[in-house]
Design a protein around this ligand. Structure first.
Ligand SMILES: Cc1cc2nc3c(=O)[nH]c(=O)nc-3n(C[C@H](O)[C@H](O)[C@H](O)COP(=O)(O)OP(=O)(O)OC[C@H]3O[C@@H](n4cnc5c(N)ncnc54)[C@H](O)[C@@H]3O)c2cc1C
Length: 413
C-alpha cells in the first residue's frame, strides 16, 4: 500500500492536533526531549490525575489513527515510515501534550508493541488494541532480585497443568506502575532444563488475579511509582501466553528494543528540558555569567545531537516495525542528557534546589535531579547499553562469558 506524502500528511496531523490540544506558548517550542524524571516521582494522587489526562489524549490519538505509526498494518499499526513518525513527533511538540506517565509509556510503547508483534489475532484484537487506546494499562514484569542486567537468569516459574492453565510462582521487582496496571507482561521460566534463554515464555498476567501482591517501593524523591510484585500460585490461562512456548527471550529483547527507543526519543513532556534550564538561568539573572553560558551552550549542543541521532536511528535502524540495536545509542544519550540537565539546574539554584518543590505551573528541579540517575539503569544500564553497542552495532567480539552465549542474547532489561 502506498504511503501518504509526508508533507501533506504533516498538515493533516497539525490540523488534527489543533482540534484536541492547545498550542504551546511561543517561547517553549523547541521540539526537544524533556525530563523523563518528571513523571516518575509524583505522589499517588497527582500521578493518578496525570494518568487520566494522558489517557484521554492517547484515546483520541488512537481513534484518529495516529497510534503505532510504524507498526505494520497486519499487526494493527498504521504501517507508516519513520519519516512519518518523526513528522508526527515534530508537530506534536508544538502543542501542550499532557505529560506522559511511566505506565502510559510502558503500556503504549512497549507492551502494546510486543502483543501486536507476537500475539495472535485474537490477542491483538482484545488486548493490543486496548493497550494502544490505554483502555487497559500494562506494566513490564521482567526484572527480578537476581535478574536485572542478566535478565535471562530469571527464576519465576510457570508450570502447565493438565487442563492447559499455567501456575506462576516467583517475584518481580522495580515494576513501574504496577499499582495502577490491569495486566503485566510477564517473563517466566517454563523449561529449566534447556539453555537459560531458551526456557523462557511470555504471558499477560491480570494483576487482579488471586495470588498477585503488589508492594510499592518508596523512592528517595518521595514518590512510590515502582513496586515489588509477588506471584504465588497465580493461575494464567494458556490463551494469555504471548508467542510460542520458549519464545519469551525474543519477546523480551524486542520489548527492550522498544524501551530503549522510547527512553531515547523521550516525547516532549513538561519540565526538565534545555528550554527550562535556559528559562531558569534567565529568571535568576545568570545568563551573563561566563561559566553558566559555557554550561548552557554545552547542554544545547548535546540536546541538538541527541535529537539528530534519534531521527537518524529511527530512519536507518528499524525494520519490520522493530527497533534496531542502535536504539542503545539514543538511550545512552538521553539518560546522559537528563543527568547533565539536572546538574546545570542544581548549579544555577545552589542550595535552593533542596527546597524546590515547583511552584504551581513551574517545574520542580529536585524531582528531576533525584529521578535522573534511575534512567541510567531503567531499560538496561549505561554499561549494558555500551556492551550492546560493542557487540551488536560495532560487531566486536562478544564479552567472555561462562555460558558462552553472546552478550546480545543475555543483556537484560
Ligand atoms: C526508574 C526505573 C524503572 C524501572 N522499571 C522497570 C519495570 O517497569 N520493569 C522491570 O522489569 N524492571 C524495571 N527496572 C529495573 C531495571 O531494568 C534494572 O534495574 C536494570 O536492568 C539493572 O538491573 P539491576 O538493578 O538488577 O542491576 P544489576 O544487573 O545487578 O547491575 C549492577 C551493576 O553492574 C553492572 N553490570 C551488570 N552486568 C554487567 C556486564 N555484563 N557488563 C558491565 N556491567 C555490568 C550494571 O551496569 C550495574 O552498574 C527499572 C529500574 C529503574 C531504575
Amino acid at each position: 500500500m502506498s504511503q501518504p506524502d509526508p508533507d501533506a500528511w504533516r498538515t493533516q496531523v497539525r490540523q488534527w492536533l489543533a482540534t484536541v490540544l492547545e498550542p504551546v506558548r511561543a517561547q517553549e517550542t523547541t521540539g526537544e526531549a524533556a525530563g523523563l524524571a518528571v513523571f516518575h516521582n509524583l505522589p499517588g494522587a497527582e500521578e493518578r490525575l496525570l494518568l487520566e489526562r494522558c489517557r484521554a489524549y492517547q484515546r483520541a490519538r488512537f481513534d484518529a489513527g495516529y497510534q503505532a505509526l510504524t507498526l505494520p498494518r497486519d499487526k494493527g499499526g498504521a504501517g507508516l515510515t519513520a519519516a512519518h513518525a518523526a513528522a508526527f513527533a515534530q508537530e506534536e511538540s508544538a502543542f501542550e501534550v499532557p505529560p506522559s506517565t511511566e505506565l502510559i509509556s510502558v503500556t503504549v510503547r512497549l507492551v502494546a508493541m510486543a502483543v501486536s508483534l507476537f500475539g495472535t489475532a485474537e490477542q491483538r484484537h482484545e488486548y493490543a488494541r486496548a493497550f494502544l487506546r490505554t483502555d487497559l494499562l500494562a506494566c513490564q514484569l521482567f526484572s527480578e532480585p537476581g535478574a536485572g542486567s542478566d535478565l535471562a537468569a530469571l527464576r519465576t516459574r510457570a508450570r502447565q497443568e493438565d487442563g492447559g492453565d499455567w501456575v506462576v510462582d516467583g517475584q518481580k521487582v522495580w515494576t513501574s506502575g504496577a499499582q495502577f496496571a490491569d495486566f503485566g507482561l510477564l517473563l517466566a521460566r517454563t523449561d529449566p532444563d534447556v539453555v537459560k534463554q531458551a526456557g523462557i515464555t511470555a504471558f499477560l498476567v491480570p494483576l487482579d488475579a488471586s495470588g498477585v501482591e503488589v508492594r510499592p517501593i518508596r523512592q528517595m524523591s518521595g514518590g512510590a511509582s515502582f513496586n515489588e510484585v509477588f506471584l504465588t500460585g497465580v493461575r494464567v490461562p494458556d490463551r494469555l501466553r504471548i508467542g510460542r512456548l520458549g519464545q519469551g527471550w525474543e519477546v523480551a529483547t524486542t520489548t527492550l528494543g522498544f524501551e530503549r527507543t522510547a527512553s531515547g526519543s523521550g516525547n516532549r513532556r513538561k519540565g526538565g528540558t534545555f528550554t527550562d534550564v535556559l528559562a531558569l538561568a534567565r529568571s535568576l539573572g545568570r545568563t551573563d555569567d561566563p561559566l553558566i553560558r559555557q554550561r548552557l551552550a554545552d547542554l544545547y549542543v548535546r540536546t541538538a545531537l541527541r535529537a539528530a541521532t534519534v531521527d537518524r536511528v529511527a530512519r536507518t535502524s528499524a525494520s519490520g516495525g522493530r527497533p534496531g540495536p542502535e536504539a542503545s545509542l539514543t538511550k545512552l544519550m538521553a539518560s546522559d542528557l537528563l543527568t547533565r540537565t539536572g546538574q546545570v539546574a542544581a548549579e544555577l539554584m545552589g542550595a535552593r534546589i533542596c527546597a524546590d518543590t515547583g511552584e504551581p505551573g513551574t517545574f520542580a528541579w529536585t524531582q528531576h535531579l533525584l529521578g535522573a540517575p534511575g534512567y541510567r539503569l531503567a531499560g538496561g544500564t549505561d554499561q549494558i547499553q555500551r556492551n550492546l553497542i560493542g557487540e551488536r552495532v560495532l560487531k566486536l567480539p562478544p564479552e567472555p562469558r561462562v555460558d558462552r552465549v553472546p552478550f546480545s542474547q543475555i543483556s537484560g532489561n
